[in-house]
Design a protein around this ligand. Structure first.
Ligand code: OGA
Ligand code: NI
Length: 366
């Protein structure tokens, strides 16, 4: 970076005299004194049709989790219907009354904040090289493949079937273990409901994809204030791999969901989880429930922290459209069968780009 870096109104001494690490965290870039504009590598090409738009009349559906575990058959069949409708119409829904204590949700957000606030040197120890490394942290998504960099730092940690944790900050491990165990229970009950709402046995997905050994990540995102938020993105439009992602965030907004061709700002109910259908539910349901594009925008005032917990099949499970949902005349399989692990490798090898990975396994020969 030359001394005349155009995005610094007053070049910072620290910036000029230190050789920055390979790719500095977005946190350290955002904290540079005098940063009034962003380096060109963070500028996304704008699209005039792509303006955020939020229609107050339509908002993301809410699912009362306590009804999914209710003994009252009417309550249960009603919530299964609502869950199915939410998966069909939105692919996104808020989950309330899930029983995970608010204090635990706050604690994991603070633990992640603590991680991002470690020094660059401390964090470097956890820099993973590969999607399947149990612990990885860094900036953007895949700095060797991303043409434009994202205004975010991330930490990704495998929680299941093997639990991993960075050893700093000290409290991280205990909080992550408690939180991820609780969240996994919630996710499995929702997946059971999704299975039933598709007309399958409640335990169909669980058994077909061996969810006892299902992969669960903790994927924390750190989006510091950005001096030109309209030019950058925290995360570009993408769908999530896996079956179901459950997301929490601090009080700062930034998530947008695509619905009927428009970007809808998500304003989560406090202490709820935001759930979304992943690519592997789309495959399993043969396209009935679609994974939905979403993105994270940034702002110029506050740091946003979100924690996404994707829940996937077991790494070795082969995911294919459920045969019970297929009919070779009217509803032939629309996706090729693929091992979950191979899908993750495929995604790792390309840049994060809409639903391009899922499109590659769509079966267009039939
Ligand atoms: C993700 C994601 C959105 C957010 O991590 O996959 O979509 O709001 N995050 O941070
Ligand atoms: Ni996502």
């Amino acid at each position: 970076m030359a001394a005349s870096a155009p995005f610094l109104s007053q070049p910072s001494q620290a910036f000029l005299t230190h050789t920055p690490p390979k790719r500095t965290s977005i946190k350290s870039l955002a904290e540079l004194p005098g940063l009034t504009s962003i380096p060109p590598i963070y500028i996304f090409p704008t699209n005039a049709n792509d303006q955020p738009f939020s229609d107050a009349k339509e908002s993301i559906p809410t699912i009362d989790f306590s009804h999914l575990t209710s003994n009252n058959p009417d309550e249960r069949s009603k919530v299964l219907q609502e869950l199915g409708d939410a998966c069909l119409d939105w692919g996104f829904f808020m989950v309330i009354n899930h029983g995970v204590p608010e204090s635990m949700m706050q604690a994991i957000i603070e633990a992640c904040r603590g991680f991002f606030e470690l020094t660059e040197e401390e964090k470097q120890e956890f820099e993973g090289k590969h999607m399947l490394d149990p612990i990885s942290c860094g900036t953007s998504s895949n700095v060797s493949a991303d043409k434009v960099l994202f205004w975010r730092d991330f930490l990704k940690v495998f929680q299941h079937p093997e639990f991993h944790s960075p050893n700093k900050p000290a409290a991280f491990s205990e909080i992550a273990l408690e939180f991820s165990t609780r969240v996994r229970q919630v996710a499995r009950i929702i997946v059971r409901g999704i299975s039933e709402s598709l007309g399958l046995e409640g335990n169909y997905i669980d058994e077909a994809l061996n969810l006892e050994d299902g992969l669960q990540f903790l994927a924390a995102n750190f989006y510091p204030p950005c001096p030109q938020p309209e030019l950058a993105l925290g995360l570009p439009p993408h769908s999530d791999h896996g079956l179901l992602t459950l997301l929490i965030q601090n009080e700062i907004m930034g998530l947008q969901v695509q619905h009927k061709g428009e970007w809808i700002n998500v304003n989560p109910i406090p202490n709820s989880f935001l759930a979304n259908v992943g690519d592997h539910i789309e495959i399993l349901s043969n396209g009935k429930y679609k994974s939905v594009l979403h993105r994270a925008v940034v702002n110029n005032k506050d740091t946003r922290i979100s924690i996404a917990m994707p829940h996937g099949p077991a790494l070795n499970a082969v995911v294919a459209p459920a045969s019970k949902l297929l009919d070779h005349e009217n509803n032939p399989p629309a996706y090729k069968a693929m091992k979950y692990k191979d899908y993750l490798e495929l995604q790792q090898s390309s840049k994060l780009d809409g639903k391009s990975c899922l499109e590659r396994i769509q079966d267009r020969t039939i």
